[in-house]
Design a protein around this ligand. Structure first.
Ligand code: PLP
Length: 359
């Protein structure tokens, strides 16, 4: 299938085949990786190697921890304020759509929050300028959603003028899709199920000073220092998911690394954005051109009837996942790292053909 699902999303075929080969027996151990103790040398190697590969591919400096946690990105919505927000401070949020809003709502249960910028007036279809962020002096951190998966808008840059206020970013839907200067961030988190592997594991990249500050009056399982001290083996980890992330990271490395992923993503998405832009208004791109996402392409057709027809016919032609999110409707193609160039080419051709028949 041409898999354009938003998440869980396509995995590289080579990775699935490799996992299939190793499914029953991992490296001569007489058992599957899933059946193995997470304290065994073989699993520890998978854990350590995955952390090292994340560091290498994403350019993560030594003063950051790489953690593999559970609970999804949604758990991070809560853990971030639990760990970083103190009385007298405010968690500052950039409101850019559905996911930023969920993060903000969870933080409100923990402490004070403030909105540093919002694109609500643009119906969340254009990212606010980083130069317009208003971050109060008592901000514990500034939270951004680097890519809004539902709206299909992505930040093209990050603020550099925050002083001592740590920048926190939800990169669930665009981690490892482009090179990033990690030094700008205090904490980055991402559920794995779009660009990193299957669901079940969440990657957290967190600067050491923020871990040192973990409050001691919240449960150990929710504290970053607990997981950092135990190299993500405090409790039973999602070992199969971490193993799959390991294979995906090796796949990224063997395909040229994160810069090569970005080029591939630019080439892939150009095919589809061009199909929209060259359609004389038959297809309408939802995101403002300066905020267009390289991961989630949202678009519409003038009539909802035609949109339904598009989804139906696309499915008959082997395309999966092109229906927009249930909250916003329309159409969406998710073009994560593992979505091959051929799938995007096939989609652009299908779009042109559909327009010819219905325009
Ligand atoms: N943040 C973003 C940007 C997402 O796209 C998603 C899921 O689609 C989430 C957070 C929630 O992730 P999880 O389901 O891992 O909690």
């Amino acid at each position: 299938a041409y898999n354009f699902n938003a998440g869980p999303a396509a995995l590289p075929l080579e990775v699935l085949q490799q996992a299939q080969e190793q499914f029953v027996e991992y490296q001569g151990a007489g058992m599957s990786i899933m059946e193995m103790s997470h304290r065994s040398a073989l699993y520890e190697q998978v854990n350590n190697e995955s952390q090292a590969l994340m560091r290498e591919l994403f350019g993560i400096p030594d003063n950051y921890h790489v953690l593999f946690l559970q609970g999804g990105a949604s758990q991070q919505f809560a853990m971030i304020p639990m760990n970083l927000l103190r009385p007298g401070q405010a968690g500052a949020y950039v409101k850019t759509g559905a996911w930023a809003d969920k993060a903000l709502k969870e933080a409100k249960f923990i402490g004070e929050t403030v909105i540093a910028a919002s694109s609500e007036n643009d119906k969340y279809m254009r990212m606010p300028s980083v130069n317009d962020f208003i971050v109060p002096d008592n901000a514990a951190y500034l939270h951004m959603t680097s890519n809004e998966t539902i709206g299909g808008v992505q930040f093209q840059e990050f603020p550099t003028n925050l002083g001592n206020v740590p920048l926190v970013a939800d990169m669930s839907s665009d981690i490892l899709s482009r090179p990033i200067d990690i030094n700008k961030f205090g904490l980055i988190y991402a559920g794995a199920q779009k660009n990193l592997g299957p669901s079940g594991v969440t990657v957290v990249i967190v600067r050491d000073d923020l871990v040192q500050d973990s409050p001691k009056d919240i449960p150990a399982i929710f504290r970053y220092d607990t997981h950092a001290k135990n190299s993500s083996l405090y409790n039973t980890p999602p070992s199969f998911s971490v193993y799959m992330v390991n294979l995906v990271l090796k796949w990224i490395k063997s395909n040229g690394g994160v810069a090569a992923m970005e080029q591939l993503n630019r080439d892939k998405t150009k095919l589809i954005y061009d199909a929209i832009d060259q359609s004389n208004g038959f297809y309408i791109g939802c995101a403002h051109p300066d905020s267009r996402s390289l991961m989630n392409i949202t678009f519409r057709i003038q009539s909802e009837e035609l949109e339904k027809q598009f989804v139906k016919e696309s499915e008959q032609n082997g395309f999966v996942g092109l229906k927009g999110h249930r909250d916003v409707g329309g159409l969406r193609a998710s073009t994560y790292n593992a979505v091959p160039h051929e799938s995007c080419k096939a989609l652009a051709e299908f779009m042109a053909d559909f327009q010819r028949r219905n325009g």
